[in-house]
Write a new protein. Structure first.
Length: 131
């Protein structure tokens, strides 16, 4: 499975993050055209699985378009996420429930402000209710 880092933008500051130095630089995201090229390369190589990573991939300005394009092109999609995303995003992910797998990177409760911890738990509850 290919890991594609679609953005270095993140909404957390985890001390152990492998991309910590990258986040201190300019915030960037992969263009949709570059993403399409990456998928084309994977398809030609016979790989039909893709893991969307970041930063926090759900923060990519075209995340929904990226997911829809991947699924339309018969890719198995896995999202590596910290679980901190909006209600609008969780609703989108629920719509795709049968077609997306997840890897959650969640810290202990004391890492987060209480509102963020509550948001993570609510997102997990909603997603797993439908998975």
């Amino acid at each position: 499975m290919a890991n594609i880092l679609i953005t270095n933008i993140c909404n957390q500051k985890c001390s152990y993050c492998f991309a910590e130095n990258e986040f201190q630089k300019k915030k960037t995201e992969m263009s949709f055209n570059d993403f399409k090229k990456a998928l084309s390369f994977l398809k030609k190589s016979g790989d039909n699985k893709v893991r969307l990573m970041g930063g926090e991939p759900t923060l990519h300005s075209q995340f929904k378009k990226i997911v829809d394009y991947s699924l339309k092109n018969k890719f198995s999609v896995q999202v590596f996420t910290n679980g901190v995303f909006s209600a609008q995003m969780v609703n989108f992910l629920v719509e795709k429930k049968d077609n997306i797998k997840y890897s959650f990177n969640i810290n202990p409760p004391n890492f987060y402000p209480k509102t963020t911890w509550n948001q993570v738990n609510k997102n997990l509850e909603i997603l797993f209710l439908f998975i």
